[in-house]
Design a binder for this molecule. Sequence first.
Ligand SMILES: [Zn+2]
Length: 225
Amino acid sequence: MNNINFNISLPEDNCDYRIIYSHSPYGSYIHSDYFNRSIRLSINPELEWNETIWDQYSTRILSHELGHSRGAYDLYSVNVNGNKNEIFSGINYNYPIGSIMNYLYDLNTNFDEHSLYIINQYAGKIITPQMSSDMFWSLFPFKFGVQVKDMFNNPIENITVQFYGVRWLQESVNKNDKFERKTDNNGKVTFYGNDINNNPYERTGPTSLSTYSNFMIVIYNEVCI
Ligand SMILES: [Zn+2]
C-alpha cells in the first residue's frame, strides 16, 4: 500500500476515480479500493439473482463498493463464526446494525450512520493511506472499557480481564490473540481513544488501521472468599 504513488494521473482522462461495470458470462468478480481509486465489478446477475445488471442487487453491490471508495468499512468484518471461536466454541457474533456496508442483500437497509459519517467527512477528497488511518483512529470514543462487579454490584479490584482479538474479516477468535489487564480499584479496565498506542486494537504503523476489528472479553472467577 505504501508504494502507491498518489501523484500518478489516471490513464483514461483526468477523473479521480474509475468504475468498470461489466457483465460476466462466468462468476462474479467485484473489487474496490480507495488507494487504487477504482471499482471493478464483473457480474452475472441473470445467473445469480435472476435480474439485469441495472436491477436491485447489482446496483446495491455498486453502492457498497462506492461506499468503500469513500472510506466506509465492511461492517461484517467484526463478526465471529462460532466454529472458528477457540475460546467459546459455538458462540457467534454478528454486527447488529443493518446497512449496505454490512449485509447488502437485506433490501430493507440503506447506509448506516457510521458509514454515512465517514463518506460525508471525506466529501470530494481523494483518500490517502494517512487520511484513512487518521480517520479510523479518530472514530474511537474518548473513553471505553469494561467494569467488573460482584453479585452485590460492588466493583472487583485486581481481577484479570482477557481480551481476545478478532482479526478483520477472519471471523475467528484465536487463543494467541490475547491481551490481559487487571481491573483498577473501581473494577475497571479503561482505554482512551486518543491514546492509540496503548489500545488493545493495536496500531502497527503510522498509516495503519487496527490489527483487530473487535474483541471477545473473558473474565474468569478468580475471587476466593
Ligand atoms: Zn465490502
